[in-house]
Design a protein around this ligand. Structure first.
Ligand code: ADP
Ligand code: MG
Length: 233
């Protein structure tokens, strides 16, 4: 089995807030992983650290068994960790062309990825006319332009209506079925159960469970407490 990401004893403090305590897990190629936990449990912090946009306090992580430098490894990682942000008066296709230009990717992938996310027919529509779900789907197409080894999504269905949620989940499953490894942060138990095969459960920055979704579902006691309370030390 090929290891995509290894995280060991990760700790993160933001001033007095202990956002992560001793988080360790591995991501294996071809699987669909969830990071599940209520708001404030440390999901985005974990993703930010491994994407090198948040500094860790201690601990370590390595991409692809440390075979390459982090900045090289991150070229093989597609990530959507913010609200989709494109040029509003440019079309979907023009926005993706710009992404290709910036990342030195061939334009040939654009149609394939727009098709994958169900936006082929809207490629000539301006971004500003898109619903939130369509914006999110364009962000997914954009993150896939260079055929990454792994796609990371931080709460991609937040704020969407049921139809939009369903579309995004289906697209994630389709991408996974094509062999792309997925890491999905979500506060929704049913989302992780529907989409993921493996899961890391966080609460207040601590790992409560790591393993198969089936194994987690057999022991749902951690979800009895789903408060948004934040631990300040
Ligand atoms: P989640 O994504 O699971 O909602 P986060 O990783 O965003 O959790 O946050 C974990 C904890 O760290 C929370 O208590 C949050 O308030 C805190 N936190 C996150 N980002 C910052 C920051 N930039 N500065 C201070 N505290 C932060
Ligand atoms: Mg978050």
């Amino acid at each position: 089995m090929e290891t995509i990401l290894t995280i060991e004893n990760l700790h993160k403090r933001y001033g007095r807030i202990q956002a992560l305590k001793n988080v360790s897990f591995e991501i294996q190629k071809g699987r669909v992983y969830g990071i599940l936990g209520p708001n404030g449990s440390g999901k985005s912090t974990t993703l930010g650290i491994v994407l090198n946009v948040v500094n860790r306090t201690s601990g370590s992580y390595s991409w692809f068994c440390g075979k390459m430098q982090t900045h090289e490894a991150l070229k093989k990682v597609g990530a959507i960790i913010e609200r989709p942000n494109f040029y509003p008066y440019m079309t979907a296709e023009e926005n993706l062309k710009l992404v290709c230009k910036i990342k030195s990717i061939d334009y040939t992938k654009i149609d394939e990825k727009l098709n994958l996310v169900g936006l082929a027919e809207r490629k000539n529509s301006k971004f500003s006319t898109f619903s939130l779900g369509m914006k999110q789907r364009l962000a997914i197409a954009s993150a896939l332009l260079n055929d990454p080894e792994i796609l990371i999504l931080d709460e991609p269905t937040n704020g969407l209506d049921p139809q939009g949620i369903h579309q995004i989940r289906d697209i994630i499953k389709k991408i996974a079925s094509q062999g792309t490894t997925i890491l999905l942060a979500s506060h929704l138990l049913d989302e992780v159960e529907k989409v993921c095969s493996h899961v890391v459960v966080l609460r207040k920055g601590e790992m409560l469970y790591s393993g198969s979704v089936d194994g987690m579902s057999a022991n749902e006691s951690f979800f009895e407490v789903q408060s948004d309370d934040i631990e300040t030390l």
